[in-house]
Ligand binder design. Structure first.
Ligand code: MOS
Length: 754
């Protein structure tokens, strides 16, 4: 695989290396658990060994006798912590299960936290805590006794009479699909370090929403949020798991307060499976009806999702799938199934990963039944006006993506009959599918400061969760103020900075760059006015619209120029600083106040006047060994259109990483659940399978130029959650092409193909 940075095409910025690259590869980047603290005490969690029932006893005598133990926190001595209502979405609590007992609502629920002088003592004592339970039979998942099911909302997307259209269709398919449980498994574990200074609390915790965490923790501790600061400059992977407040944070803060010293917790890998959120398993029933010429006339989709006993978390991706094509008529329905599990939550492209997998598999089944090329089926049903709402798209380059990816892949050489392509002992299958992700926008502020030296500082409490946010935000400011990127310093991930959006829904680049543009333009305006209204100087009397900024100078169209330093001398100011607030259309006027208060305020996708999505087309080759049925993906090609690409290098990484995750979804990832005990079995990264380099020999990413002036001032659609959508369907479709076997439940394993 080539490691050279991709060359920018039209409407793409420069492929700058990451501003934080050196810090990260040298280990100098300080992640939250690296923050030093004097007199630090170490915490270790004790978690439940049953999934449902009651703690009848929690014997801590032996644990307290371990030398170095400072305190053991249990349900008894943490009653001062307030219970918060569960609110799905970024910022609030990740679950209603916040108490340490006596009721046990899921496996791995926190039932105690040992704090000791050393990690070793805390760990030894945690193992010595002895719980006794009154166990009840838990319900593990869909098929278990004792689950309850309810609609996941009042209304779901609907258009026309899909039943009648389906009944009258020339060609129909009906099929059921399933996706597996997935856990985030970021390299960085779930950590929290809390320090008190009088009545002020500082929390070092990897977070996708520092304002959300700050406010939610303040509520649990019943204190003024203004006295809480969350610091999270680097996040070692998050994928959605760090967007909400998990129960551990307030517990560590409370322990640090009670003990009068800093406390640090690094939860273990297996605890991460139960003390945070995850992607729950889903089931789908889909029907598609079409005319003989391929025009779809009916699409029905019933989704079912597992959630916890108390909380109705749902992803309900039908809100997105119904936008993908011109379906004629649509009927959808989603329900949640309550089981004795921890509450699921955001995981990279939460609604679209399972729902688009199901739809894109069904599209392939329909194409096969029609005897039609699957790309052609998408072309015939390409949409200009949304089936459900009638709204137009802001821009849509789906078929351009298909054309570019198909050409690069060599799709025209495909022999359509299943099982008709073979290379010795290897059965070859080629498949394709659509990727999509709604363009989300969040209310955000940004502060930009320009010094006479041309140095720029950008501040916003947004987050770089490994995506390159520091770099692209810096590029936006550099571009707008005409300074080199090296002159820009970007500060993120600190709730003392101006409020920024949750790092969720792939909105950060679009939202924050839009706010940065506003702040930079305000600075430019001041500079332009000072230069053009001066009594003397090279730009005196020029029309403001004539001036642009480049190389640290204000430049007129005929080349006359004045340095920013000189213009600022005229202004008599030591620095120009502007604070801007970007409120996307559809966001309430008090959007920023809501973000200050810890609420994630997002809009976009299908919700505005225009339908706004980033799109892509993915093609894969699978090779299945004729005897062993081992499945390989020797190559994958994806072409993606996401509006303006701020940085082709970081965008390429996002898209490539997404496709690799998609391979994991198709072939590797599944959290296995013991159906009797409702406990996760493979809660470690030895047995929770993910693709490694040997599994991804060739991933080709094509960025398709796209301009969309309507999505937001930055013209950015967001790429973080695009490319892991569609890959799994493309692979399942390729497996069908190789073998004639349609595997509808993910992941696809050797045993499915015997
Ligand atoms: Mo991402 S799953 O929207 O945090």
């Amino acid at each position: 695989m080539s490691t050279a940075a991709p060359e920018p095409k039209a409407n793409m910025g420069r492929p700058e290396p990451r501003l934080d690259a050196r810090l990260k590869v040298t280990g100098e980047a300080r992640y939250p658990s690296d923050m030093p603290a004097g007199n630090l005490a170490h915490a270790v969690l004790v978690t439940s060994g049953i999934a449902r029932g009651r703690l009848t006893d929690l014997d801590t005598a032996a644990a307290r006798a371990v030398p170095g133990v400072v305190e053991i926190f249990t349900a008894e001595n943490t009653k001062a912590l307030k219970h918060l209502d569960y609110v799905p979405g970024g910022g609030g609590p990740s679950t209603s299960v916040q108490e340490l007992g006596p009721e046990i609502a899921h496996d791995g629920q926190i039932i105690a936290m040992v704090v000791a002088e050393t990690l070793e003592a805390a760990r030894e004592a945690a193992h010595a805590v002895t719980p006794a339970y009154a166990r009840e039979n838990p319900s593990a998942t869909f098929e278990s006794n004792g689950v309850t099911e309810e609609p996941a909302g009042k209304e779901f997307p609907k258009a026309g009479d899909a039943e009648a259209a389906f009944a009258a269709a020339d060609v129909t398919i009906e099929a059921a699909y399933g996706t597996s449980t997935q856990h985030h498994n970021a390299i960085e574990l779930f950590t929290t370090t809390c320090l008190w200074d009088g009545d002020r609390l500082t929390i070092h915790e990897p977070s996708q929403f520092v304002y959300g965490l700050k406010n939610a923790v303040a509520k649990r501790l019943d204190m003024d949020p203004a006295k809480v600061r969350v610091v999270s400059p680097f996040v070692g992977g998050a994928f959605g798991a760090k967007a909400q407040m998990t129960p551990r944070t307030a517990l560590v803060a409370f322990a640090a307060k009670t003990l009068g010293r800093p406390v640090k917790l690094v939860a273990t890998r297996d605890q991460g499976f139960t003390i945070a959120t995850y992607r729950a398993e889903t089931r789908h029933r889909i029907r598609l009806g079409a005319r003989r010429d391929g025009k779809i006339v009916a699409y029905t989709h019933e989704g079912r999702e597992v959630t916890s006993r108390p909380d109705a978390y749902k992803v309900a991706g039908v809100a997105d799938t119904v936008r993908l094509y011109d379906f004629g008529t649509v009927a959808t329905k989603v329900s949640v199934v309550h089981a004795d599990r921890n509450t699921p939550g955001f995981m990279r492209s939460p609604p679209v990963v399972p729902y688009v997998y199901a739809l894109e598999s069904a599209m392939d089944e329909l194409a096969h039944k029609l005897g039609m090329d699957p790309v052609e089926l998408r072309r015939i049903n390409d949409v200009t006006k949304d089936t459900v709402s009638g709204k137009p798209w802001s821009s849509r380059a789906l078929m351009k993506c298909y054309d570019e990816a198909a050409a690069a892949f060599g799709w025209s050489k495909r022999s359509p009959a299943p099982g008709s392509m073979r290379d010795g002992d290897w059965l070859i299958g080629w498949g394709c599918a659509t990727a999509c992700y709604p363009t989300h926008l969040g209310a955000t502020a940004a502060r930009v400061r320009l010094l006479p030296s041309g140095e720029v500082r950008v501040q916003v409490a947004a987050h770089d969760i490994g995506t390159g946010a520091y770099t692209v935000i810096g590029q936006q400011a550099a571009e707008r103020l005409g300074v080199p990127l090296a002159a820009v310093r970007v500060e993120l991930g600190d709730s003392d900075l101006p409020p920024g959006p949750v790092a969720g829904g792939s909105n950060t680049t679009a939202s924050v760059c839009s706010a940065v543009i506003m702040a930079c333009d305000a600075i430019r305006e001041k500079l332009v006015r000072a230069a053009s209204t001066a009594n003397d100087g090279p730009l005196a009397g020029r029309a403001p619209g004539e001036l642009s900024f480049t190389d640290g100078r204000a430049v007129a169209s005929d080349g006359a120029a004045e340095s920013v330093t000189d213009v600022m001398k005229r202004l008599g100011t030591a620095a120009l600083e502007e604070y801007a607030e970007y409120l996307p259309p559809g966001v309430p006027r008090d959007g920023l106040r809501q973000v200050y208060g810890g609420k994630a305020v997002l809009t976009g996708g299908p919700h505005g006047d225009k339908i706004m999505y980033a799109l892509g087309a993915e093609f894969v080759e699978v090779r299945i060994h004729a005897r062993t049925r081992e499945v390989r993906v020797p190559r994958a090609v994806g072409a993606f259109a996401g509006g303006r690409i701020m940085n082709p290098r970081t965008a390429h990484s996002q898209l490539m990483g997404g496709m690799i995750w998609g391979i994991g979804s198709a072939l590797h990832e599944a959290t296995e659940i013991d159906p009797r005990e409702a406990r996760y079995i493979n809660d470690n990264i030895a047995e929770y399978l993910i693709p490694v380099n040997a599994d991804v020999p060739s991933i080709e990413v094509i960025m398709v130029p796209e301009e969309d002036a309507e999505v937001n001032p930055a013209g950015v659609k967001g790429l973080g959650e695009l490319a892991n959508v569609g890959t799994a369907a493309a692979i399942a479709n390729a497996v069908h092409h190789a073998t004639g076997k349609r595997i509808r439940d993910l992941p696809i394993r050797i045993e499915d193909l015997l």
